[in-house]
Design a protein around this ligand. Structure first.
Ligand code: NAD
Length: 256
């Protein structure tokens, strides 16, 4: 691979890499020269992506990010396969829509376990590798929903707010180790995670009306920012959570 590509000779691990934003990030990093290890619950989709990208620089490891031992096995597997880890994208996540009173305790715990514990587990498992290398970049997929409140998203928004502050803390803890930690905060993105709420009549057009750019993002538009934060072009950027939301969080909501 041409070393002049941004990620030639580099190794990236992507959780939730079998679908949506994670798969778009995998395709972009692969095109930029990276070797990849995709960790996801969905073995069929993960294996299909490896078949698409080719086994020379891509592996899939079935992973439940809410299980620390599984995340540690993903990180160990990536080091065994490719010898180092330059980039970790903690991206796996699930949605949740319920009023607080109706939200089952088990669903609260499951959303926090995947969307927040999963990010902590990824950081905890990879940091010894990156600190020993004296270099690395972690990018967490938070959400615009971690920056403000939404109707009915208590568990999801609490988890994503946690990801934003975990990102700051991890960045501060490890800046002097050569490890940068950042996050992206997407607004609505056309991926399967929104399938459950797409059927609510009028919701999509209402949502699009509230986004200043007037539309949902594509997964590739989020991947571009993840890859930038993971790249040397962001060498002086750490501890930030970048909104990639078409202006959603820039807006007070005042009608025109
Ligand atoms: P997606 O459903 O297409 O992808 C999520 C991936 O995570 C899937 O491949 C799924 O199998 C995997 N996953 C789920 N639970 C897992 C677990 N326990 N262990 C390992 N993998 C697991 O959705 P997406 O939109 O690409 O979501 C990616 C990230 O982006 C999530 O963290 C999500 O919260 C965040 N996000 C999405 C949007 C949006 O509108 N789509 C907006 C803001 C943030």
């Amino acid at each position: 691979m041409n070393e002049r590509t941004r990620f030639g000779g580099r190794v990236a691990v992507i959780t939730g890499g079998a679908s949506g934003i994670g798969a778009a990030t995998a395709r972009l990093l692969h095109a930029e020269g990276a070797s990849l290890v995709i960790g996801d619950l969905d073995a069929d989709a993960g294996s299909a992506l490896v078949a698409e990208l080719g086994v020379e620089r891509t592996r899939f490891i079935a992973t439940d990010v809410s299980d620390f031992d599984a995340v540690k096995a993903l990180i160990d597997g990536a080091v065994a396969a490719f010898g180092r880890i330059d980039v970790l994208v903690n991206n796996a996540g699930i949605g949740s829509l319920s009023s607080i009173a109706a939200l089952p305790v088990q669903e609260w715990r499951k959303v926090l376990a995947i969307n927040l514990d999963g990010v902590f587990f990824g950081c905890k498992a990879v940091l010894p590798v990156m600190v020993a290398q004296g270099a690395g970049a972690i990018v967490n997929t938070a959400s615009a929903s971690g920056m403000a409140g939404d109707f009915g998203f208590a568990a999801y928004n609490a988890a994503k707010a946690g990801v934003i502050n975990l990102t700051r803390t991890a960045a501060i803890d490890h800046a002097r180790d050569g490890v940068r930690v950042n996050a992206v905060c997407p607004g609505p993105v056309d991926t399967p995670i929104l399938a459950g709420i797409q059927g609510i009549p009028g919701l999509r057009s209402d949502w699009e009306d509230r986004v200043p750019l007037g539309r949902f993002a594509s997964a590739a538009e989020i991947a571009q920012v993840i890859v930038f934060l993971a790249s040397d072009a962001a060498s002086y950027v750490t501890g930030v959570s970048v909104p990639v939301d078409g202006g959603l969080t820039a807006h007070t909501g005042q009608p025109n």
